[in-house]
Design a binder for this molecule. Sequence first.
Ligand code: HEC
Ligand code: HEC
Ligand code: HEC
Ligand code: HEC
Ligand code: HEC
Ligand code: HEC
Ligand code: HEC
Length: 312
Amino acid sequence: MKYRLSILTLIIVCSIRFASQGQSYQNALHHQCLKCHSQQSYSFLNSVTNKEVKRLMNPYYILDTVAMTAGVHKQFDCTDCHSSEYSTYPHQANLKLEPLSTCLDCHGGDEAFASYQFERIDEEFKKSVHYKISGDNFSCTKCHSQHTYKATARNSDNVLEIVDYSNKMCLSCHNDMKKYKLISGHENPKLVQVHEWLPNQDLHFQHVRCIECHTEVTDSLMVSHNILSKDKALRKCVECHSANSRLKASLYKYQNLQKRAGDGAINPVLANESYVIGSHQIPALKLASIVIFVLALAGIMIHGFFRIIKKK
Ligand code: HEC
Ligand code: HEC
Ligand code: HEC
Ligand code: HEC
Ligand code: HEC
Ligand code: HEC
Ligand code: HEC
């Protein structure tokens, strides 16, 4: 009930804004919050000295306006989520204590978003190593910025884009010592060293998502959210490099859906940009390679036979 109400108000707020063409993120220089929050530096009037002061903005508080205008919440304005008291600067200290809505507060139990299965994602997330180790200190927003989130896996028709979008989420923390340490209290292990056993690491990280190896494949969810502990991570090459590649049930299933909805008959794996060695076995080629092998063997035997005869 609480969810319904909050979402209803929001939808009303959104439509009013839309109708009245409220402030746009695209116009960062004219947006009262983004004048400061999209720039490297900001200025304000110091009311004590009565002088204009210029300062550097905390880099973590600089928002990416391009990503925001592409995100799912682009219709929102800042003060739909944040207190309108932020419109004065210096911001009041007690605003730091303002509770912000979580994804589930707005999306939980709402049929309009049922296809995303927010509740199931929440359940899976609660089983993940992140939640087990850090509890509520690790929330959905650690991976999904409410400012910029974009449902890429279900909408993009480009595997490389899906992989890039997803992996950047993990790397934004696992490759950022400060962010990582803030949560764990210790330094982040170097990913390059951790994955030393994997050949062509860069190529792999461009073509498969971290979650391919770090979660179990689930049929019923678009994106599996249960990140397993490191001892359960996938290491076996054949799981992907085989005719029955697990990627068909995870990463490539999205294209699968689109191709089926689009033009019917295209084989999702063959239409895919990644060629995973071993996953495409064409019977005619297999036969041809056996024939070549047998002929080569016969050639060597005949050659050997005549050499032995000549020696005598
Ligand atoms: C004059 C520049 C300026 C303007 C305008 C401005 N901010 Fe800020 N904001 C800052 C700075 C600088 C900080 C860093 C903390 C501080 O100095 O208070 C900040 C911090 C914040 C924070 C983080 C608070 C925390 O510490 O957790 C939020 C959220 C925020 N601003 C939202 C807004 C919103 C929403 C608006 C528009 C209604 C806005 N700001 C307008 C300069 C500005
Ligand atoms: C859909 C809701 C939503 C909207 C719209 C929104 N924010 Fe936020 N914002 C949040 C949440 C949630 C957090 C806290 C993130 C966290 O806990 O990691 C946050 C955090 C921040 C921070 C602190 C730095 C950070 O990224 O954690 C700043 C600054 C900020 N918002 C400014 C803005 C400004 C400026 C706008 C408008 C251009 C805006 N926000 C629009 C939900 C929103
Ligand atoms: C303050 C309430 C609020 C919060 C918090 C919030 N959302 Fe939303 N979200 C909305 C509303 C309202 C829409 C519909 C916006 C529209 O149609 O323009 C939406 C749209 C979406 C959509 C697109 C749905 C569709 O098919 O059009 C996704 C995906 C989404 N949100 C994910 C998230 C995630 C993930 C989080 C947490 C990181 C989150 N939202 C947090 C209110 C919220
Ligand atoms: C460890 C990182 C991580 C955490 C934590 C996380 N997610 Fe995700 N989530 C992802 C990734 C990666 C994707 C795939 C993004 C894409 O390509 O759309 C995703 C996708 C989604 C989607 C889109 C799925 C679809 O059907 O299109 C939703 C909705 C979502 N997450 C909600 C949540 C909610 C709610 C929480 C908190 C309970 C959460 N996520 C926590 C990493 C995370
Ligand atoms: C091909 C499969 C595979 C891919 C892709 C992969 N990993 Fe791993 N990862 C593993 C395996 C297996 C281990 C366990 C290594 C060990 O314990 O020696 C591991 C270990 C880890 C650890 C634990 C480090 C530690 O020692 O504490 C982290 C963190 C991690 N991976 C993050 C990532 C991130 C982030 C990505 C995406 C950029 C990623 N992994 C991509 C298979 C993979
Ligand atoms: C906001 C930061 C953050 C993000 C985003 C994040 N992680 Fe982590 N992750 C951590 C921290 C911190 C730990 C270590 C916790 C500890 O050991 O104290 C961790 C641990 C791990 C581990 C090792 C668990 C173990 O057994 O020790 C794996 C695997 C992992 N993360 C994978 C991922 C993947 C995959 C993603 C993206 C989908 C991701 N992480 C996103 C912060 C993050
Ligand atoms: C999560 C699935 C997955 C796992 C596990 C995996 N790979 Fe890969 N591998 C891929 C994908 C996808 C590519 C990219 C294919 C392409 O487009 O070139 C690739 C590419 C490669 C390439 C480069 C081929 C080229 O075109 O240059 C080699 C070599 C390779 N993998 C070997 C291995 C080995 C050895 C292991 C086990 C230690 C392994 N892979 C584990 C999915 C995987």
